[in-house]
Design a protein around this ligand. Sequence first.
Ligand code: PGA
Length: 255
Amino acid sequence: MNTPLIVGNWKMNGGLETNQRLLDDVRAGCSGLGRCDVAVCAPFVYLGQLQTLLTGSSVAVGAQDVSAHEGGAYTGEVSAAMLREFAIRYVIVGHSERRQHHGESDSVVASKARQALAVGITPIVCVGETLQEREAGRTEEVVRRQLAAVIHVNGHCISEIVLAYEPVWAIGTGRTAAAEQAQQVHAVLRAQLRAASAHSDRVRIVYGGSMNATNAAGLLAQPDIDGGLIGGASLKAADFLAIVAAGVGRASALR
Ligand code: PGA
């Protein structure tokens, strides 16, 4: 079984003081955890602060985006090599908020994943359908298309990614996919990964979309849900740590 992975996605939230308080609590709550990997993905400007505060802890640092380009005249962009200098372990790519508000296409997302992999950072590739697409019965087609673009560009390196299934209608809405509903899509993605790479069973497929302290254990009890990508609930230490505890529970149950 893959070690569960719980990732906080702070989105555009935070401040030097609040970050410090939150990270002190998360760091303390995660010490001596055992079999659950934990990461926090913060806005770029705070990555130096996170690196300082989390060095020597079991909590890894992640970014929320990376440029699709290696370097050069791309004002406002941050390259994968720059992230590497801050000991970044993970980077979220293709979050639906970036696809929606910043027009990121499947191929841009695939290039971002490639830039991350090239410097040894694990991309957390997000896929997920909108409500309209779900209601039209197009969920599988959409997530398969989004993942296929990343497989196409990254070839056998696909076994080095983390995949996040995040139904757009469940993000920040308090409306979680039922555990069985999420499991069904995770199984489709798992099959697609297996067809692409012989080593893909090591890919963790995490769920995101209103995961919280109450529903985490049920989601993490599903065979193909290897962890969570947590937005709102990652901003409160107690809620985030309760989800981490559910991740530890998955590890013990499936050992
Ligand atoms: P949420 O966000 O947990 O607030 O729904 C998840 C995400 O967008 O990654």
